[in-house]
Structures are given as structure tokens and as C-alpha cells.
Design a protein around this ligand. Sequence first.
Ligand SMILES: *[C@@H]1O[C@H](CO)[C@@H](O)[C@H](O)[C@H]1NC(C)=O
Ligand SMILES: *[C@@H]1O[C@H](CO)[C@@H](O)[C@H](O)[C@H]1NC(C)=O
Ligand SMILES: *[C@@H]1O[C@H](CO)[C@@H](O)[C@H](O)[C@H]1NC(C)=O
Ligand SMILES: *[C@@H]1O[C@H](CO)[C@@H](O)[C@H](O)[C@H]1NC(C)=O
Ligand SMILES: *[C@@H]1O[C@H](CO)[C@@H](O)[C@H](O)[C@H]1NC(C)=O
Ligand SMILES: *[C@@H]1O[C@H](CO)[C@@H](O)[C@H](O)[C@H]1NC(C)=O
Ligand SMILES: *[C@@H]1O[C@H](CO)[C@@H](O)[C@H](O)[C@H]1NC(C)=O
Length: 562
Amino acid sequence: MMKKNHLSFFIFLSILGINIFDSFQRPVEALPLYTNSRWIVDEAGNRVKLACVNWPSHLETMVAEGLSKQPVDVISKKIIFMGFNCVRFTWPLFLATNDSLGLITVKQSFQSLGLSESIAGIKVNNPSLLDLPVIQAYQVVVKNLADNNVMVILDNHISKPGWCCSNYDGNGFFGDKYFDPNLWIKGLTRMATLFNNTSNVVAMSLRNELRGSKQNINDWYRYMQKGAEAVHSANPNVIVILSGLNYDKDFGFLATNPLNLTFTGKLAFELHWYGFSDGKAWENGNANQVCGSIVSNMMRRGGFLLDQGWPVIMTEWGIDQRGTNVNDNRYLNCIMAVAAELDLDWALWTLTGSYYLREGVMGMDETYGVLNWDWCGIRNSSFIQKISALQTPFQGLSNAKPHKVIFHPATGLCILKKSLLEPLTLGSCADSDAWKYTEQQQLLLPYIYLCLQADGLGKPAKLGLICSNDNSKWETISDSKMHLSSKISNGTTVCLDVDSSNNVITNSCSCLKLDRTCDPGSQWFKIVNSTSSSSSSWAKISLSGMSLSNLIERAISGIITF
Ligand SMILES: *[C@@H]1O[C@H](CO)[C@@H](O)[C@H](O)[C@H]1NC(C)=O
Ligand SMILES: *[C@@H]1O[C@H](CO)[C@@H](O)[C@H](O)[C@H]1NC(C)=O
Ligand SMILES: *[C@@H]1O[C@H](CO)[C@@H](O)[C@H](O)[C@H]1NC(C)=O
Ligand SMILES: *[C@@H]1O[C@H](CO)[C@@H](O)[C@H](O)[C@H]1NC(C)=O
Ligand SMILES: *[C@@H]1O[C@H](CO)[C@@H](O)[C@H](O)[C@H]1NC(C)=O
Ligand SMILES: *[C@@H]1O[C@H](CO)[C@@H](O)[C@H](O)[C@H]1NC(C)=O
Ligand SMILES: *[C@@H]1O[C@H](CO)[C@@H](O)[C@H](O)[C@H]1NC(C)=O
């Protein structure tokens, strides 16, 4: 039976304003960071979830983008405001290895590229940077991020400053025209040393998106090992992050032959995954089938490293934020689900509103950027809202009781019961109830002995007390495994869905197979492991005037349905 004392105790605490379930809070990191199996942790051993945004500084100017539009401190504060705790800050190798590049001033760099408008903008927004060497301007940005408590991953993005990446740009793999392995090690060492005592620089990704015809596994092992050791000995504080082959999509070779390094607790891997990584597959296929096959491929080529006890950071992902790219929109629902389920660390592409100069175009707009063209407003606040669920950890390494949340990737929200008399709705995952998914495939709220039930086509899903019927059994179906299906009393199969007001309902299961014109997004749910949400909402419920025994009594006598 219900533990009544338990309940009164929680109510008592709630009345006092104490919420014992909030013990898992966003940590104030004690740097440096380490790895503990697949997790990144701080000095105290608490999990730190990296929720980063990429800030490019590797194009021709070698200067962090946006400084002609807004003061650096304003940009840093926008990063925090949007919920990121970290920046993957890109740099071109030659910035660190060629003094005639690294030591030219910001002004000279822009002048040589004919970017007089940008110079005027920097004069207004960041006047103190204009006459600094570009390498020092890079340091100033890192320092400003530190002042705003933003962690930094230094990312060697390319050798020769410019837009990245193609198979033929001479920057793709060891031995390419601009990719001398020894010079690369020299540059990595230089940067690692330069930032050795800069505590917010928590990691270095050694080289972005290896690619092209020279790729081979032997050289990967040989040079990645050298690079990792060089960085670690110059700067033992940073986590070394290694990229895979084929645009950072493939670590399959590590499954059978691990990399051997002299140090431990400081190594992670990075994966990249875009909608366009698979061409137009999302648009041209059935979203369930495409998501199913691409995710299993991703797990086989890189995700498996999590199970082997390594952190895998999704350091590039993102979408065209205008919302008109069908390929990107379908991909987003799928990657949101994966990122929640695996509780990945990640870095979104990109912060950029517009570039000083990209691929020969001045002031190019970045439709994948979270800031708009003038680096002032947010390009699409509904996108930021959506990804915010991924910015805080689902799981910590705390002792909080493991449970499930039911995540809805299309909105970035979770199923929750706001009050007993209202239907189940979507809301912030931080307020989610603590669900249990049983072996009998019931979705239970154990604290109140109620389970999720299908009631009828187009009707709200409800909570009930009798959990042994078919309408309380929820199977994960379709190739994506993201439809939660059950049966209503006359035997018809239904799927969990949400209506236009975000109420949780059941409908006919949509586009399970073949159909490529429809989007199953509203019926996609992911049952996600969590140790962080507050399971106090039922206590809030009880506070709204009814004791639990009273409640159960009334439910049994049919006075209220849940
Ligand atoms: C350094 O950069 C300058 C300017 O791009 C170039 O002329 C020079 O060849 C580079 N030096 C080396 C050693 O690569
Ligand atoms: C970093 O700090 C340590 C200890 O304070 C010092 O010995 C070392 O020289 C510093 N390294 C750099 C590159 O400044
Ligand atoms: C880097 O800093 C650490 C302390 O933070 C120090 O032990 C180490 O000697 C420094 N390394 C270099 C190359 O300065
Ligand atoms: C690392 O060491 C293991 C065990 O000694 C060995 O099997 C493996 O081949 C080594 N990997 C490399 C890349 O040298
Ligand atoms: C933001 O994205 C949504 C879809 O995700 C789209 O409907 C909307 O039009 C976008 N807003 C802007 C301002 O681009
Ligand atoms: C079951 O009920 C639904 C309405 O709730 C109806 O649309 C459907 O046709 C019924 N199925 C059968 C097999 O009676
Ligand atoms: C979720 O937790 C269960 C039970 O502890 C575990 O078996 C499963 O592997 C976890 N899933 C993920 C994706 O970590």
C-alpha cells in the first residue's frame, strides 16, 4: 500500500519550501575536467555536461567571427543567456605555426582581405582588439569567455585559414598539401602551452573532420597517438578529443584495436552528424526507417565507444533554422531523441550570425547560426527553446534514484501531469514525473500507483489504477522504435501523440513504413533514463487539497478519472 508517512513528510517539506528532489542541480564546475568511464566529470567527480556552441575563428581573417557586430563581452553573455556552458572555439593551424600570420594585427588581417567595413565595425564594437596580433585577439576572446564562466574546447579546425571542409582542400589528412604531421604537432604543442594555465580551456580537439583520399588507419593511430601525447605533456589539464575518419563519422576501427596512450582519464572522442551527412535521405525516405538505419550505423561506427567506457561528444550537429528544410527538420527529431537517450555531451554548429568573409562572400548569412545576421538577436528562439532540454544533464553520477522520463523530441519537452484534474501534457523535462517502464511494458508512476492508459482514438491518454489490461501496455514500434503503441478496448492499435495544445492523446499510428510524404514527429517519444528530474510533482498534486487515500478511494468509486 501507499506509504502515507512518506507522503506527509514530502508535503511537510514542500510547505517549508524545501524540495529534496532538487539536490541534482547544474554543477558549478571545479576545473580541470576529467573522464570517468563515458562521462566527463569535474575535480570533485561530479558530472559536467558539455553543452557547447561552435564559435568559428578559423576562416581567412583568423579572428573570432562577429566582433565587428557586437562587443566580445556581449557575445559571451548571449552564449550564457542561450543556455550554453561552453564554446568549441576553432583555430587554423597556421595561426600557431607561422608567425607572419599569427603576429599580424587584426587590422592588417582585415586590410589584406579588403574588409574595410569589418574594420569599421571592430573599431566601434571592440576597439581594443584592432591593433593586437590575431593570436592575442584569440586569447582575449578565451579570457572573456572565462570571465563569463564559459568553458572552451580549442579546436584545430584546418591548417590554412579558410572555410572548411572538402575532400580536395589539401587540409584533409596527414600528408595532404597543407597538413604536415610534424608542423601539426608543433602547432598543437604551441596552443596547449599557451593555454596551459587558462583554467576555462578544458579540452582540445586535435583535428577537425579527417577526410580525403589519403585517409588510412595506420596513420590515424600513429599521428593521433603522437598528437595526444604532445598535447598532454604540454598541458596535462586538458581533455584530449580525437576525431574519426570520413568527416568525423567513423571510429569503427577502434572496436577491435584500441589506441594506447601513456595517460588516463583525459581522453574523449568526437562525432559529427548532420542532416546532409546522408544527402537527402531524410527527405526522400520514410522518417522511421531512415532514423532507424542511420542511428544504428552511427552507433556501429562511433556510438559504441560509449559502451567501451569513453566519452563521445557530438561536436557538430545543427539545422537550417528557417524551418523550411524538410531534410533537416526530420533529422532534428531523430538526433534530439538520440542525444537525450544517450545524454550526450555536444557542441552545436554554430554561434555565427554572419561571417566577415566566407567562400569569397562578404557578410554571408549563416542559416545554421543561433544568432541572427547582426549578432544581436536570436535567429529562432523556438529552436533554442527546443534544444534547452539537452543543455542540462538527464543523468548525473549522483545517488538519485534512477527513473525514466518520456521525452518528446519534436518539442524538446517531456510528458507530465500538472494536476490531477487536467489531462497529461508536455512540459519542461526538469518538472517531469519519475516514470517506471516495467517488463510488462507498463508506464507507471510508482509513487502514486498509477499507469498510463489509452482511452480511445483522438482521446487524452489517462492515468489509471488497473494496469493489467492491454490499454496499459506500451510497445515501442516502427523502425525508429519511437512510436509508443497500445490497444484500446475494442482491440484497435493506437499510438501516443500530442495535439496542438501539447495535450497527450492517442491516435492512429502514422507513417510507420514506406510513406515518405508524412512526418511522424509528433508521435515520436523516447523513454529516457534519468536521475535528475524532480519527482515532486505528485506531492504538488496532493497539496491541491486531497489526501492520497481520499484520492484512491474516489478513483475506485469512479468519481474522478485521471
Ligand atoms: C607563412 O605565411 C605567409 C603568409 O601567408 C606565407 O607567405 C609563408 O609562406 C608562410 N610560411 C610558412 C613557413 O609556411
Ligand atoms: C603554468 O603554471 C605552472 C605552475 O604555476 C608553471 O610552473 C608553468 O610554467 C606555467 N606554464 C605556462 C606555460 O605558463
Ligand atoms: C602546466 O601547468 C601545470 C599546472 O597547472 C604544471 O604542472 C605544468 O608544469 C605546466 N606545464 C607547462 C609545460 O608549463
Ligand atoms: C594497444 O595495446 C593492445 C594490447 O597490448 C594491442 O592489442 C593493440 O594492438 C595496441 N594498439 C595499437 C594501436 O598499437
Ligand atoms: C523557427 O523554426 C520553426 C520550425 O522549427 C519555423 O516554423 C519558424 O518559422 C522559424 N522561425 C524563424 C524566425 O525562422
Ligand atoms: C474501435 O473504436 C474506434 C473508435 O474509438 C473506431 O474508430 C474503430 O473502428 C473501432 N474498431 C473496431 C474493430 O471496432
Ligand atoms: C538505461 O538504464 C537501464 C537500466 O539501468 C540500462 O540497462 C540501459 O542500458 C540504460 N540505457 C541507456 C541508453 O543508457
